[in-house]
Structure formats: structure tokens, C-alpha cells
Design a protein around this ligand. Structure first.
Ligand code: ADP
Length: 549
């Protein structure tokens, strides 16, 4: 509906600044803690929009961010979409080649860069034609010379705290985030105003991940990862105090912020909470303000739900996808299960949960039939709804594969029990998810096979206690290969091209890669054959390059 601004983000901020003008937005920044109120935030957002106007940003232009979870990053969240621009949050943990690809694909006009990530983006941009014409702004009070980037505070300084926000169509693109493809390049997902509006309203509902004006919300899931699961929008709509944990927060930072700011709701991947649990065993932070922890991105272990239960904190297990903005299902306990035994309840809450209101799903087995809701049969999960994308950005090939008659094919294999709880039992997509971030197994195995002394290779994800999955390479060496040095050579070669956290934890020699009847690599067989007996080197996953934590 042209000019209707019925389903756009801006009224959420308008309401927060009018009704909760004194409520705080707190951020751990590289140069210390900062605080502002929603009233001040609204002014700064308008200043930023005016600054972007002056910089030449017009409706439909893309503005990139290469940032951690901070208040300035949050300012771009409302300023850019509300002026009719499209906020493209770039994942700084990706290999340089992927970063170059998505900056060119999205055609970003300007990119806001966190100072701690300046070196990373400068490395990716160095001599790269994909970055031609891109301007940078440094997220802080100091410029970044190497990027010719003025300081954010200088960029917005002197601009008016009023902005004549345009009326926007509901289907105006507002956001953008890339997700990893099984093969080939990352796939862009565009979020329209109404997709983000619908996602926010769905999240606010009691069956979503609700946040209200008595909540203090801290998204640990990165803001470059599907808008931190939409939490900054939901928290604003709910009038919550917001706490941004800043660059690479560790368990101690998180515990301190929970204690000092009185955080009630937080969210992140299991790896983050395993870190916090470990920290709590040795230290004794006061987590008594915490009411709910939303855990998703990978399966939440049952022991984690128990751990939080023991401390009076509700762990809400959620499932979602970049393509879904991203919340899909949340494992709330249905009211008619409240009198059940704790163990029965735990079994339900450990599943990926109940589809959130507004969304629909169907589960299709190998023969193309819908499965029974018996918790036994399984098939591929298909979803659709107002917050689910209908297509990828400029990728007809991927659209053909991943969409069918308006349904998104999730690539997740699930069962559903008679109560409607979905449970992920397998994944069809050939990717590895480590600490909440994707590693392309296909890309790694192609790189390994480029070594002259490798005749065949495959890479699979094996279960790992802390990172959920880690890559392991299985290699068939050629006859002349020197088996004493080949594994190190392979890792060194991969290290030249990929971030440390992508590197396989082990390189195992095998005689042959198991094949399916049609001659394809059978990773399933390999997984079954090896994962039980494998012991990964303790601590081999790189701590320093660790994603999402
Ligand atoms: P996000 O990490 O925000 O959920 P991605 O698009 O990166 O979004 O990943 C989506 C995929 O992650 C899902 O299709 C599924 O394979 C996996 N996933 C997400 N949540 C869970 C969960 N709670 N349990 C198991 N797998 C999950």
C-alpha cells in the first residue's frame, strides 16, 4: 500500500522514544561503556540519516556494516531502513573472498566499520576491484586512516536531530544478510519493511521471544547475523532497555554486563552459553536478574536446559534461518503439559519447538508425501509466512533449488510429535555449523583436492562438545605421497586461503571415500564409520578466531 507506512519499522522507534524516552541503551564499546536514552537515540538516528543524505545515500541504496554489537551499529538499524535505504550487515568472520563477493553483489555505497575490524576489511579490500567506489566510516570517535574513513562522530556531527522520514511501501527492501550456500557463493536474503515488521510482531507475541518495558535485553548473537535474530527491533518495539555487549565479548564480559545492567533476556548460540557455564563454575557471578535465555542456531543440549533451570532461568530453545528473518519455532511448554513430569517437559523443551504464530510448515518424506505427526516419521521441513523470504537476491539457480510453490525448503530433516513439537533429526544441506557459523565442506574439500598428492578427499562435520561441530578432512593420498608431511601441507595450504576457524581439526588418511550407488561421496557412511571412534585434538578449534563468541 503506497504511502501507508502500515508495516514499517519506524513507528516502533517513534513509540519507544515517546513512551520510553528515558529508557537506556547501553553499550560496551572499544573505548569503554556508553549510555544513551531512547530520546537521545531518536535524535542521533535522525542525525545519522541527515548525514547519509548529505553523503548522497538515496532510497534503495545499500549501506553496509562491518561491526560488532554496539549502540552505534544499532543507530544504523533504524536510520538506514527508515530513510528508505537497505541495511546490509556483513559477517566479518567470512573468508576474504566471500566478503569481496558480497560487497560487490550487494553494491554497498558506504560501509560502517568497527575499529577492531579495520584490519580485516582493509585486507579484504586491498587492491580488490569489488570495493571500488565504496566509502568507509569508522564506528567511533577516531578516523581510520588506512580506510580513509572519517570518525562516525565527525560524520554525524552538526547534523539536524530532525529528519523528514519518508512514507515507505511495505515491500521496500530494508535489510539484507547473506547466508552460506552448500556450493558456490553466499546467497543474499533481502528483508522488506513488512517482513521485519511481521517478524517483530511475531517475536513480541507470548509464543515468540517476547520482550517488554520491564526487560533488559542483551543480544549476544551478532548483529551481522540476521539482525541479531531481530532482537534490537523487538526490544525497541517492546520498550526494553538494551545492552550491547560490544567487540568479541567473552564469558566474563557477559557475566559482568548481566550483573551490572540487570539483564533479563539474552540470546545466542550454544557455544556462548557453554562458555558462560564454564566461567560460572570457577567464578560466582550474580545472574539473578536473568529470566530467559534464548538458545538457537544449533541444538541446545539438554544438560544446558537443566543447568539454567537449576538457576531459575528459563532456556527457550529456538530454531530459525536467515531466510526466515530468522525466528521459526520456539520450544515453549504448552500449558497442557505444565502438570507433566519434569523429564517429559524437558524432552519437549529440548526439541526445536512449536512453529511461531503466523508461520506454516509441512514435512515431506522421500516419496513426496506429508508425514504423520507421530514423532517417528521424518522428512524435509518446508515453511512459509510473512517473515519468510520468497527468493534469493539475483540467484535464479538457488531459487529453483530452495523454493517450491511459495514454500521455502529448509534443508532440515525433522519429525513432529502429536503435540506439534518439531525435532531436527538430520540436515540435508552439506555444510558444517561450528560455534554458530557456517563452514562450507564442499569448498574445503575442493581446496584439499587441489593438492597434487591428494587423489580424493572429503570433509565432514563431526560432533564437538564445545563448538557443536568441527570439520575433519578425510584424504586418500596418491601412491607417491609422503604421508608424514601431507597432512601439515594440506593445513598450511588451507590456512593461506581460509580463516583459522575453518581449518579441519584433523586430516585423516583413508583408502577410499565411500560412494553412493550413483558414485557420489557418501558422507553419511563416512560419518557413521568414523565419528564414533574419532578423538579430536583437545582445543584444536581456534579460540582467537572463534565466531559468535
Ligand atoms: P541462524 O544461525 O540464525 O539460525 P542460519 O541461516 O545461519 O541462521 O542457519 C539456519 C540453520 O541452522 C537451520 O536451517 C538449521 O540447520 C540450523 N539451526 C538453527 N537453529 C537450530 C537449532 N535450534 N537446532 C538445530 N539446528 C539449528
Amino acid at each position: 500500500m503506497p504511502g501507508g507506512h502500515t508495516q514499517t519499522l519506524r513507528p516502533f522507534l517513534w513509540r519507544a522514544s515517546k513512551l520510553y524516552g528515558d529508557t537506556e541503551i547501553v553499550s560496551r564499546n572499544h573505548d569503554g561503556m556508553s549510555r544513551q536514552t531512547y530520546a537521545e537515540y531518536a535524535d542521533r538516528t535522525a542525525r545519522l540519516a541527515n548525514a547519509l543524505d548529505e553523503h548522497g545515500i538515496e532510497q534503495g541504496d545499500r549501506v553496509g556494516t562491518f561491526c560488532w554489537n554496539t549502540d552505534r551499529h544499532f543507530e544504523t538499524y533504524f536510520a538506514v531502513p527508515s530513510m528508505g535505504g537497505q541495511l546490509h550487515t556483513i559477517n566479518p568472520l567470512l573468508p576474504d573472498e566471500h566478503i569481496r563477493y558480497i560487497v560487490e553483489d550487494a553494491n554497498d555505497e558506504v560501509i560502517f566499520v568497527d575499529p577492531s575490524l579495520a584490519e580485516k576489511i582493509a585486507g579484504a579490500a586491498d587492491g580488490a576491484e569489488e570495493f571500488e567506489g565504496v566509502d568507509f566510516v569508522a564506528m567511533g570517535e577516531e578516523p581510520i586512516e588506512a580506510l580513509d574513513a572519517p570518525a562516525y562522530e565527525t560524520f554525524v556531527d552538526g547534523h539536524d536531530a530532525d529528519y523528514d522520514w519518508p512514507d515507505l511501501d511495505d515491500d521496500q527492501p530494508a535489510g539484507m544478510c547473506y547466508t552460506s550456500g552448500t556450493t558456490g557463493k553466499p546467497k543474499g536474503v533481502e528483508y522488506t519493511q513488512s517482513m521485519l515488521w511481521s517478524h517483530t510482531m511475531m517475536s513480541l507475541s507470548p509464543q515468540g521471544i517476547p520482550m517488554a518495558d520491564d526487560d533488559v535485553v542483551m543480544p549476544v548473537v551478532p548483529m551481522f547475523h540476521v539482525n541479531a535474530w531481530g532482537m534490537p527491533f523487538t526490544a525497541t518495539a517492546g520498550g526494553s532497555k538494551q545492552v550491547f555487549p560490544g567487540p568479541s565479548p567473552n564469558a566474563e564480559h557477559l557475566a559482568t554486563l548481566i550483573e551490572e545492567e540487570g539483564v533479563t533476556v539474552t540470546a545466542g548460540v550454544p557455544t556462548v552459553w557453554l562458555g558462560l557455564m564454564e566461567y560460572c563454575e570457577e567464578n560466582d557471578p550474580d545472574l539473578s536478574s536473568l529470566e530467559r535465555v534464548i538458545v538457537g542456531g544449533s541444538a541446545a543440549p539438554e544438560s544446558m536446559i537443566r543447568w539454567f533451570d537449576d538457576r531459575g532461568v528459563e532456556l527457550l530453545h529456538a530454531w530459525g534461518m536467515t531466510e526466515m528473518s530468522p525466528i521459526g519455532s520456539v520450544a515453549h511448554l504448552k500449558s497442557d503439559l505444565e502438570d507433566e513430569e519434569y523429564e517429559t517437559q524437558l524432552e519437549k523443551r529440548s526439541k526445536q519447538g512449536l512453529m511461531a504464530p503466523g508461520l506454516e510448515f509441512k514435512i515431506i518424506d522421500e516419496d513426496g508425501n506429508r508425514i504423520a505427526w507421530d514423532g517417528e516419521e521424518f522428512g524435509e521441513l518446508y515453511v512459509r509466512g510473512p517473515s519468510v523470504t520468497k527468493e534469493y537476491f539475483k540467484r535464479p539457480d538457488a531459487n529453483e533449488e530452495d523454493f517450491e510453490n511459495g514454500w521455502l525448503k529448509t534443508g532440515d530433516v525433522v519429525s513432529v510429535d502429536p503435540d506439534g513439537y518439531l525435532k531436527i533429526v538430520d540436515r540435508e544441506k552439506d555444510v558444517i555449523k561450528s560455534g554458530g557459523e557456517w563452514i562450507s565442506s564442499v569448498e574445503l574439500e575442493n581446496a584439499v583436492m587441489a593438492h597434487d598428492d591428494v587423489s580424493e578427499a572429503t570433509v565432514i562435520g563431526v560432533p564437538h562438545e564445545k563448538w557443536q561441530e568441527r570439520p575433519v578432512a578425510f584424504v586418500v593420498p596418491t601412491e607417491d605421497a609422503d604421508r608424514d608431511t601431507l597432512d601439515d601441507e594440506i593445513l598450511e595450504m588451507l590456512g593461506d586461503e581460509y580463516p583459522k576457524w575453518w581449518l579441519p581439526d584433523a586430516v585423516e588418511y583413508i583408502d577410499e571415500v565411500p560412494k553412493t550407488a550413483t558414485g557420489k561421496f557418501s558422507k553419511k557412511d563416512l560419518r557413521e564409520q568414523y565419528t564414533g571412534s574419532m578423538e579430536l585434538h583437545e582445543g584444536s578449534a581456534p579460540e582467537d578466531a572463534a565466531p559468535s563468541r
